[in-house]
Design a protein. Sequence first.
Length: 250
Amino acid sequence: MESTHLGFRHLASVLYFGAYALQATTFSVTRTNAAGPGSLPVIINQANATPGDNVIEFAVTDPIVLVSPLPPITNNVTINGRIGVPTVISGGGTVPIFAFVAGTTNILSQLVLTNGYTTGNGAAISNRGLLYVSGCRITGNRAPAASGGGIENLGSTTIANSVLDGNSSSSGGSIHNAGVMSLSLVRIQGNSAGNGGGIANAGNLSIDRTTLASKFVAFRRPLKTQAMDWPEDMAVAVAVVEEEAAVGVV
């Protein structure tokens, strides 16, 4: 599997996000099991129950394959994957992965989130809080009957230096945004959906230095862009939805 270690040029954003985790209690995932002491579900419950802004790190190098959904994250938590060896969390093709509740501030760094599945929204990430994602790959997740194959955002999400590929849903193959979202140095490719294979946006979306290589992007709200790399067939897709929304630099 492709490594998500993105090099020194991304260090500034990781350090920026990591600043939120100062003065935190650190918990370590020591087992790839789906249950029991040291497993990711148990560690999340411990971080939820411990006051303060907490950190979850990984002592394991093998993939973690879930058999049931992870507990929703109800506290402020930073989840840092390993450097050099990808930290892979899989939904096993049967369950969604992360859910963040309203009123929380969370960070995901250096993770591969893959093979999540949900009959609801957001197979890899469902966010209602304040979320920062840096140096992650979100790949091969599915929400076939709903929205946000990769990410469903109803809160505020910032994504930097990350890849979203091979995700699918009914609306927003990689991302469905109905909140506030900012993308910087992100590549979105090979995703699919009935509406918005790359992104379906019904909120406030800002894009900077990002490549959209999926075939269709649907915007129902104004879009702010800088240095955006549009594929050749994107102009046709945008023209289809321009009658419904302002698309371009606003």
